[in-house]
Design a protein around this ligand. Structure first.
Ligand SMILES: Cc1cc2nc3c(=O)[nH]c(=O)nc-3n(C[C@H](O)[C@H](O)[C@H](O)COP(=O)(O)OP(=O)(O)OC[C@H]3O[C@@H](n4cnc5c(N)ncnc54)[C@H](O)[C@@H]3O)c2cc1C
Length: 383
């Protein structure tokens, strides 16, 4: 059918409309579909773009256990078990090794490997309804009547009538923006510095390294067998032009006090201001937010993807109870259920961020905070 032949609105029905096909939306779609709850996932990008997007690289033990409970752990990419990391303070390294755990273990695997596997499972194995390259999403979520999600695809305007909407559309969520002004409270904290984040063709041979230095924070974290992500603290006002390749490697050598670090190919780079955001409540009528649509954490604690998956676990169970069993209790309490955990992980991420940055360059918060932060690191190793 061509755009001209397409009727202005083609209505279709489903139980749950999911907006956004990142790690949260895809995982939710798989859990719902496995539980017999019909859903349609709307994603604004094409499949190749979603599969190639580089981001997180660490799945926590709790997230692995969640996939096991929902029966899809075999879809997780393989990756080295996360055994610990090294904290290097002005060149002097101390290793923090996690004690051997019973049961599920966290592992390093890239977010795009996970997303690729989830897409394969949802589309190629389960024949799930995923619609890529949709535009102009608009949400109608009135008190009366069923929610509606209108959008456009290549063949023209469309509309989905549903019972519930899951807003899994990331930090710039249109789902969240559809909630009337005054309903949500936004808690926002800017740390005052940024990270230059680069994906590089250089493996991490030992443990991940977090470098605390008088010149600022630096880190190198595994992202698969031949790649790693490097992070360098920088000014929020910095642009990519301030970070040519040579400067990146010079700063890595300087901050990690390691002259043996070789320049390697940089595959992509970005400047990320460090901030924490929580929206509350994370639901409005029949719309439920999950993942980065509901909160943002600074990347220091590697919590963003894992927190998104925690939301999805709670939301999927609540939607299954409501849609399949007619019990709306868990859905009505969704926000109250997830918010304590969201704040707990915000506290962890903010405290990690403060500690690693305050302990390093004193120009930001002074030598007193530097002393406090180093004492906190000592206590961490002693505990
Ligand atoms: C450089 C970097 C490093 C990170 N490292 C880590 C880490 O080590 N560990 C960790 O746990 N987390 C990390 N994170 C955070 C993690 O990547 C996010 O928290 C995670 O991606 C959140 O998943 P999500 O599905 O909620 O959102 P997203 O992954 O952002 O997915 C949202 C999806 O919605 C789609 N979308 C957006 N708008 C629309 C629209 N209008 N209509 C339809 N679709 C739409 C997007 O295209 C996207 O596919 C990192 C993030 C960055 C940027």
């Amino acid at each position: 059918m061509t755009a001209n032949e397409c009727s202005p609105k083609q209505n279709q029905e489903t139980k749950v409309a999911i907006v956004g096909g990142g790690v949260a939306g895809l995982t939710l779609a798989i859990f719902l579909q496995r539980s017999g709850v019909a859903c349609v996932l709307l994603e604004r990008r094409n499949r190749a773009h979603v599969e190639a997007r580089q981001r997180a690289g660490f799945i926590e033990a709790d997230a692995v256990a969640m996939y096991e409970r929902w029966g899809v752990a075999d879809k997780l990419p393989e990756g080295p078990v996360a055994r610990g990391f090294e904290i290097r303070i002005n060149g002097s390294g101390r290793v923090f090794e996690r004690p051997g755990e019973e049961g599920s273990q966290g592992r390093f695997c890239t977010q795009q490997q996970l997303v690729t596997n989830l897409l394969r499972e949802l589309i190629d194995e389960m024949r799930g309804d995923v619609r890529f390259e949709v535009t102009d999403i608009a949400i109608q979520n009135d008190e009366d009547g069923r929610p509606r999600v209108s959008y456009c695809d290549a063949s023209g305007p469309r509309e989905l009538v549903c019972d519930y909407i899951a807003g899994c559309d990331g930090g710039h969520s249109v789902s969240r923006s559809s909630i009337p002004h005054g309903v949500l409270t936004k808690y926002n904290y800017e740390f005052g510095y940024a990270w230059l984040a680069a994906l590089v063709e250089a493996p991490v041979t030992g443990l991940s390294v977090m470098g605390v230095s008088d010149h600022g924070f630096a880190a190198q974290i595994p992202r698969g067998p031949s790649r790693s992500r490097i992070y360098l603290q920088c000014a929020v006002s910095d642009g990519l032009e301030d970070w040519p390749e040579e400067r990146i490697w010079d700063e890595m050598r300087l901050r990690l006090c390691d002259d043996t670090i070789q320049n390697a190919v940089i595959l992509d780079k970005d400047v990320i201001p460090l901030r924490s955001v929580v929206y509350t409540p994370v639901q409005y009528r029949n719309l439920f937010l999950a993942g980065d649509a509901a909160h943002l954490v600074p990347p220091t604690g590697a919590k963003g993807m894992n927190l998104a998956l925690r939301d999805v676990d709670v939301l999927a169970k609540a939607l299954v109870s409501a849609a399949r069993d007619g019990d709306r209790n868990a859905l009505e309490n969704y926000s109250d259920t997830v918010l304590p955990h969201i704040w707990k992980e915000q506290e962890f991420s903010a405290s990690m961020t403060d500690t690693f940055h305050d302990a390093g360059d004193p120009s930001q918060r002074g030598t007193f905070r530097q002393g406090i932060a180093r004492a906190r690191l000592d206590a961490f190793f002693a505990s």
